[in-house]
Design a protein around this ligand. Structure first.
Ligand SMILES: Cc1cc2nc3c(=O)[nH]c(=O)nc-3n(C[C@H](O)[C@H](O)[C@H](O)COP(=O)(O)OP(=O)(O)OC[C@H]3O[C@@H](n4cnc5c(N)ncnc54)[C@H](O)[C@@H]3O)c2cc1C
Length: 427
């Protein structure tokens, strides 16, 4: 960060006056947004994983629960995992009450996040449409529509012609392979700028004294004689902690194994791509579960296209070619104007999927060790809500009403929250 005053503690205020003041020094004197401290020997709480969820957890631990002796340990750079690789779709229209409560809690926090963090996360409530391509999907959507409405959350059913009105580039010819039979729309849903979410929470947490330590990989857990957590082994030595919260997404099962228990998680590559930039042609988000593709347009004009997961487990941050090919075929069929568009870049992340396509927010068999994972292909939308309830779980050592249904013991009791129909396309 050339020109940034390193080591200056305290949040630089982002305002019109600050912008004008810093213009006088050619914007070379902005304070760094967060410090790069050396790890201390011991913290009250360590958060493993500096993605959006981990950083949000640290932020709310400090902001809501007054716990400021916290370190976030990130093996790479903050936001370099799925947070910086996702297609940023945000919505709360799930099927079960438990999920709607969780994702709607998050959506409400999104609505005030830029003001809360004094950082523009570019939250854009441009609406999200989920298409249905078969009679079966229409029935599933009708059921979900009623479930969402019963929870007092906004949702609308759309006919093919209403969809065409909102998305003129879509092909609603009934003779295509997967004809558009209808859809549901959540108008309050939308997108945000993924990096900004990580940066905004990092800056806010750092301002309250949280140490954000990048290039610090957790390689093991140390436990006391009574079995409770004592701290973490890292590539920068042992760091003690009263409590440890793990938010490592695709590496959740790896970390659980280090702690001596198993999680019902599968790690799979999920990929996305963007086209060359074009003039504005779609001002909402459209998802299509049956054909495994979804589309939106970035502020730069690129079409953002997401695919389904690879069908095998892997820790490679890249997807396989056949998935990309399938995505392109579906895109051209549903949006014929894209047929001569060049793709600019593609990338992949490692998503952590649970058997019921719902997350895990839970205590673990190790006292003082907590896990937040299993968000699979759809956790970006949950970032603020996840951090908020996970902070509460760590601070009080018990889940609140929103987090309780997502505890690990559901895989023993059988009280699953099956969201395969309503989760991201990849499920
Ligand atoms: C291509 C793609 C598209 C997606 N699209 C959407 C979407 O449109 N909408 C949506 O809601 N969700 C989407 N998702 C899912 C979403 O990105 C994730 O669910 C969410 O970002 C998870 O956030 P996180 O903070 O838990 O994980 P991450 O951002 O992955 O953070 C976990 C961090 O833990 C770190 N870590 C792992 N192991 C260790 C260790 N041993 N020591 C220290 N650090 C460690 C990693 O380096 C990583 O930075 C998509 C995902 C992908 C890959």
């Amino acid at each position: 960060m050339v020109g940034i005053r390193r080591g200056v503690v305290g949040k630089a205020s982002y305002s019109l006056f600050a912008l004008a003041r810093n213009a006088l020094s050619y914007h070379e004197d902005w304070r760094e947004a967060w410090r790069s401290p050396e790890p201390k020997k011991h913290y009250k709480v360590i958060i493993v994983g500096g993605g959006g969820h981990g950083l949000a957890t640290a932020y709310y631990l400090a902001r809501v629960h007054g716990i400021r002796d916290i370190a976030v340990l990130e093996k790479g750079w903050i936001g370099g995992g799925n947070t910086g690789r996702n297609t940023t779709i945000i919505r709360s229209g799930y099927l079960w009450d438990e999920s709607i409560a969780l994702y709607e809690h998050a959506l409400k926090l999104w609505e005030t996040m830029s003001q809360e963090l004094n950082f523009n996360v570019m939250f854009s409530q441009r609406g999200v449409i989920n298409l249905s391509h078969s009679v079966h999907e229409m029935r599933e959507m009708r059921r979900r529509y009623e479930a969402v409405r019963l929870n007092g959350v906004d949702i609308e059913m759309l006919s093919p012609s209403e969809i065409k009105k909102m998305v003129p580039i879509i092909n609603i010819d009934p003779n295509i392979r997967y004809p558009v039979m209808g859809g549901i729309l959540q108008r309050r849903a939308g997108t945000a700028r993924h990096d900004a979410v990580a940066w905004g929470y990092a800056r806010g947490a750092d301002d309250m004294g949280v140490d954000i330590i990048q290039n610090c990989e957790v390689t093991g857990f140390r436990r006391k004689a009574d079995g409770a957590i004592e701290g973490v082994e890292t590539n920068r030595g042992f760091i003690g902690a009263d409590k440890v919260g793990c938010v490592p997404a695709g590496h959740s099962a790896v970390l659980a194994e280090m702690a001596g228990f198993k999680l019902p998680i599968q790690a799979r590559p999920l990929q996305a791509m963007v086209s060359e930039p074009v003039k504005p042609c779609i001002d909402t988000v459209v998802m299509s579960n049956a054909v495994h593709m979804y589309i939106s347009q970035s502020d730069k004009g690129e079409l953002v296209l997401g695919a389904g997961t690879d069908s095998y487990n892997s820790y490679a941050q890249r997807g396989s070619f056949n998935i990309a090919e399938h995505l392109m075929a579906a895109t051209v069929e549903l949006y014929p104007i894209t047929s001569r568009l060049r793709m600019l870049r593609s990338w992949g992340g490692i998503v952590d999927t649970c058997p019921d396509a719902s997350p895990i927010l839970s205590k673990t068999p190790v006292p003082g060790l907590y896990f937040n994972c299993g968000w699979g292909t759809g956790g970006f939308k949950a970032t603020p809500g996840s951090g908020h309830v996970f902070a509460d779980l760590i601070a009080n050592d018990r889940p609140n009403a929103i987090a309780a249904p997502f505890a690990l013991d559901r895989f023993r009791t059988g009280y699953l929250v099956d969201e395969h129909g309503a989760a991201g396309v990849a499920h």
